[in-house]
Every structure is written in structure tokens, then in C-alpha cells.
Design a protein around this ligand. Structure first.
Ligand SMILES: Nc1ncnc2c1ncn2[C@@H]1O[C@H](COP(=O)(O)OP(=O)(O)O)[C@@H](O)[C@H]1O
Ligand SMILES: [Mg+2]
Length: 223
């Protein structure tokens, strides 16, 4: 499903070159639950942005579903980002002025799903994360764990096959983090591919397989 071959990404900060990804190679198959683990600044988010088609590599190749990313049109890439991938971030990325329900509905509005179908699907998504009783609340009225559950509902409402989560438990206490991890296990059990990015080895252990990254290099892949 996902294959990176010798992917490089460099940033320039003034005169200094930062090798965010340095000939990184790895593969993830459909239906796997994989964690990408490494210290802060090791290139994890850069890798997630490339996997999620939010950014492109400077060198090397990214093959998604058997096709090189360069061979997709901009329109196809937009469709992949909107339909195939569910993104989950450390800081939840919810719109503060919208209720939980409205935040979850937004991707369906972008997809031009009719109103009545939207309402049904939003309701089901919020039920799956056990937040139906908070659907009329805005993010500021919700705890961190509840906000992340809204973000997961927003990611799953479009029924993507791949979930990309960048430090999803990073802003949560460990007990709340475990509740979020339970949701990822449930998504995995229903056939989804999960890519979990974390600096926390303990969180990474929850995956079936760990890919280690350090200084932009994939240092070890455990099977
Ligand atoms: N937009 C950017 N501009 C300049 N440097 C960046 C940018 N994004 C990331 N970097 C640098 O690339 C390296 C990897 O960053 P990142 O992928 O965010 O690591 P991680 O998510 O593992 O903490 C870091 O040294 C970071 O400072
Ligand atoms: Mg990061």
C-alpha cells in the first residue's frame, strides 16, 4: 500500500541544511497497524506529510497503491487526501467556533454529501467514539480526550482506509491516551490500516510493528 524508496527531504534554515529525511525507505501493507517511532526532530512529521500527500519528497520515490505519487494528478491527490486518508493530529485541529457535530460534518460538506445522509453519518461517527451526548458542545467545552475523539470521528466519517495519526496522545494524560489507543485498535480490527507516529516507545509498542527513525534515517524495522 505504502512504499518509500530512498526518500530525501531537506530544509534550509538560513545557511544551514537540515536533512529531515535522509534516504528513508520502508513499506507498509494494507491492514497493518504500524508505529513510526523516534525522538523529537527525527523526521516523523515530515514522513507523515509525505505519506499523507500533504508534501512531496525532494528525492526518492513514494509509491501509493502501486502507483508512483508523481503519476497522480493534483485532482487525484486531493481525492486521496479527502477520501482515502483520515488525519489525526496532536493538537486535534478542530475548528473552535464549530460544535463537535459541525466539525465532524465538515469533510462530508466538502464531499457534497446530501444533508440527510450527513446527519446520519455524523451521528454514527460520534456514537463510535462515544460522544453523542456532547455533540452540541464546542471544543473549548470538551476535555482533551473528548476533543481527540471528535477529531477521530471527523477522520472516520469519510470512511477512509488509512488512518495517519501524528502524536495523537501527545497532549493527553496516559489514561486518556489509552482510551484513544483503544479506538485505534478498534479501527484496525475493522480492517483499516493504521500509521501511528509517536516519540513514546510505550505508545509505539501497541502497534503490530515498529519502524524506527532517527536523524531522518529509518534505522531499524522490526517485524
Ligand atoms: N518547514 C520546515 N522548515 C524548516 N525545517 C523544518 C521544517 N519542518 C521540519 N523541519 C526540520 O526537519 C527536522 C525534522 O522535523 P519533523 O519531521 O517535524 O520531526 P519530528 O516530527 O520527528 O519531531 C527537524 O530538524 C525540523 O526542525
Ligand atoms: Mg512531529
Amino acid at each position: 500500500m505504502i512504499e518509500l524508496k530512498d526518500v530525501c527531504k531537506t530544509y534550509y534554515i538560513g545557511d544551514e541544511i537540515v536533512y529531515a529525511l535522509d534516504h528513508a525507505s520502508m513499506e507498509i501493507s494494507e491492514g497493518e497497524f504500524v508505529s513510526i517511532v523516534g525522538p523529537s526532530g527525527s523526521g516523523k512529521s515530515t514522513m507523515m506529510n509525505i505519506i499523507g500527500c500533504l508534501d512531496t519528497a525532494d528525492e526518492g520515490e513514494y509509491i501509493l497503491d502501486g502507483i508512483s505519487i508523481e503519476d497522480y494528478s493534483e485532482r487525484e491527490l486531493a481525492k486521496i487526501r479527502n477520501k482515502k486518508i483520515g488525519f489525526i493530529f496532536q493538537n486535534f485541529n478542530l475548528l473552535p467556533k464549530l460544535t463537535a457535530e459541525e466539525n465532524v460534518e465538515l469533510p462530508l460538506i466538502y464531499q457534497k454529501i446530501p444533508h440527510s445522509e450527513r446527519k446520519t453519518r455524523v451521528k454514527q461517527a460520534l456514537e463510535r467514539v462515544e460522544l453523542s451526548h456532547r455533540m452540541r458542545h464546542c471544543p473549548t467545552e470538551l476535555s482533551g480526550g473528548q476533543q481527540q475523539r471528535v477529531a477521530i470521528a471527523r477522520a472516520l466519517v469519510t470512511e477512509p482506509s488509512l488512518f495517519l495519526a501524528d502524536e495523537p496522545t501527545g497532549n493527553l494524560d496516559s489514561r486518556t491516551g489509552e482510551e484513544i489507543m483503544t479506538l485505534f485498535h478498534e479501527l484496525h480490527e475493522t480492517g483499516n490500516t493504521i500509521v501511528l507516529i509517536t516519540h513514546d516507545n510505550h505508545v509505539a509498542d501497541e502497534a503490530e510493528r515498529k519502524i524506527f527513525i532517527r536523524d531522518g534515517r529509518v534505522s531499524e524495522v522490526t517485524v
